[in-house]
Design a protein around this ligand. Structure first.
Ligand code: MG
Length: 303
């Protein structure tokens, strides 16, 4: 058991984007920057700070330009932003980000709801985004949603996921972030899925983006660790979910992930005490207790 765990894991923090995009209240730009600073101070090496989707779709992130402009010139941590299309890319490119992320779904129905395009049309739209990023020296991360299952179609076959992932890598993505959008994955399924993907894709090109909707996120991460995955997405305090996936809630909480990894002897570069301070700040900004369990326990132990 646990004979092939990695020594180090990269925790990819998505709270300021994936968390805040689902918040009802608008968090001011200075407050967003305070949260990003707190996450950076905790040692998170990569932080997705906002999204350049149309502000009409995601009003909480309507200040994307202001957030990214305020971070311009800072090279550590590495900042990234979500970019849905060329228009979003135009907005992102103005501020010198080293990395952007595109997104699509492995299932047609969720892709249609989320990006209003068929999968074939999505690839077509991505071509220009990837070409312009390559020309500008900007790394592209690709999110694939509904990898463990779709709220409209149910089961999604691992072969289908492999096909989508290979296409995105071929277009130039440096990494594919596999999303359990509705948080339904269980460990045996995760093993089958990853074993299929790893036949054609090296483990260091894959990341896992788990939702803890049903309490199985960490169990799935352990399977990923054992199979060589070394990048895991998480959101401070467990903020966020997916606005277009009914019932989806609860990104895996960064504190839960980091607590488990450190306990397993896997380094992350993250200071759990400083991360708790970021979690506290996140809770005070959104005005409610966040679902992360390690955060609650860490706060309780401080009191
Ligand atoms: Mg998420």
């Amino acid at each position: 058991m646990f004979t092939s765990l990695p020594a180090h894991v990269r925790v990819y923090e998505v709270g300021p984007r994936d968390g805040l995009q689902n918040e009802k209240v608008f968090i001011s730009t200075p407050d967003k920057l305070r949260l990003i600073d707190a996450l950076a101070a905790a040692g998170l090496s990569t932080i997705e700070v906002t999204s350049f989707v149309n502000p009409r779709w995601i009003p909480p992130l309507a200040d994307a330009e202001h957030v990214v402009a305020a971070l311009a010139g800072r090279t550590s941590p590495r900042f990234s932003a979500l970019v849905p299309n060329e228009r979003g890319l135009d907005r992102a490119l103005a501020h010198g980000l080293p990395e952007v992320a595109v997104f699509m779904s492995a299932s047609e129905s969720h892709n249609a709801k989320n990006v209003n395009k068929s999968i074939a049309e999505t690839y077509l739209a991505f071509e220009a985004v990837f070409a312009r990023c390559a020309a500008a020296g900007i790394a592209v991360r690709a999110y694939v949603s509904t990898v463990w299952g779709c709220p409209y179609e149910g089961h999604v076959s691992p072969d289908r996921v492999l096909e989508v992932a290979l296409r995105l890598l071929d277009m130039g993505a440096y990494e594919i972030s596999l999303g359990d959008t509705i948080g339904i994955g269980t460990p045996r399924q995760t093993a089958t899925l990853l074993e299929t993907l790893l036949t054609d894709i090296p483990a260091n090109r894959l990341a896992m983006h788990m939702h803890d909707t049903r309490g199985t996120a960490l169990a799935n991460c352990v399977v990923g660790l054992e199979l060589g995955i070394t990048t895991f997405d998480a959101s401070v305090g467990g903020m966020g979910g997916c606005p277009y996936a009914p019932g989806a809630s609860g990104n895996l909480a960064t504190e839960d992930l980091v607590y488990m990894l450190h306990g397993m002897g896997i380094s992350t570069g993250v200071d759990l005490v400083a991360l708790t301070a970021a979690g506290r700040l996140a809770q005070s900004l959104v005005g409610r207790t966040l679902p992360g369990r390690a955060l609650a326990a860490l706060i309780a132990s401080e009191n």
